[in-house]
Design a protein around this ligand. Sequence first.
Ligand SMILES: Nc1ncnc2c1ncn2[C@@H]1O[C@H](COP(=O)(O)OP(=O)(O)OP(=O)(O)O)[C@@H](O)[C@H]1O
Length: 236
Amino acid sequence: MADFSKNLIVRMFDVYKAYGKTSALKGVSLEIAAGDIVFITGPSGAGKSTLLKLLYKAELASQGQILVDGLNLSRIGARQLPELRRRIGVIFQDFKLIAGRSVFDNVALVLEAAGEKPKMIEKKVMSVLRTAGIEEKARVFPPSLSGGEQQRVAVSRAVVGSPRLILADEPTASLDPQSAEQVMQLLETFHGKGATLVIATHNRRMISRLKGREIRLEGGAVGVPEDFSGEKAEEC
Ligand SMILES: Nc1ncnc2c1ncn2[C@@H]1O[C@H](COP(=O)(O)OP(=O)(O)OP(=O)(O)O)[C@@H](O)[C@H]1O
């Protein structure tokens, strides 16, 4: 039985994921409380991206139970998928912005899909772009922005609908240290506004700075977190 006194936003119970003959996750069980910061770490191929994909139902678990914000993912059908996705903001290493839409329109898309009124969309998008320090780039198209700016747009898009859960897959891996720092700051800001953060990363600096809990995956299973020493820090 789930312990609801902890206000869990994510619960995975004995989750397996296979891609054909490849076992990406092998019996993962974990709990994440609302308001937590959790880092998913582990070597390449350990299953970090797969775990995140299962949480927003981009992939289906082969076995096991996943609950996200009270929704049992094996029970929700295509009609309820938009409701799940509205509760989650996703950030990718390669930004995944739409090149042919302005910064404003990239961020507005989430609110348009949720049926918000144009006036409210304008207000919310500009507010989030201001927080991200890219308000003056609102009418610019993504290809003319730096990587750091593009990731700040991607973070803005992820948070504009005030999701309860933000999933980030290596959000600083393709950024220079200064841009990575800005993205970390931004994630910290939105955590301060109440979002739960689940971040797959190799960036030890982010882990020590944001002071989250670490869940380390090894070969698709939950292992023991590394004993981190600052001297061995990987930048990104
Ligand atoms: N779509 C797919 N089809 C087949 N195999 C896949 C697919 N996606 C992932 N895998 C395999 O599943 C395993 C876990 O991959 P995953 O991308 O989740 O690892 P990761 O920890 O995120 O790795 P990295 O740090 O390199 O991004 C790997 O063996 C990978 O090759």
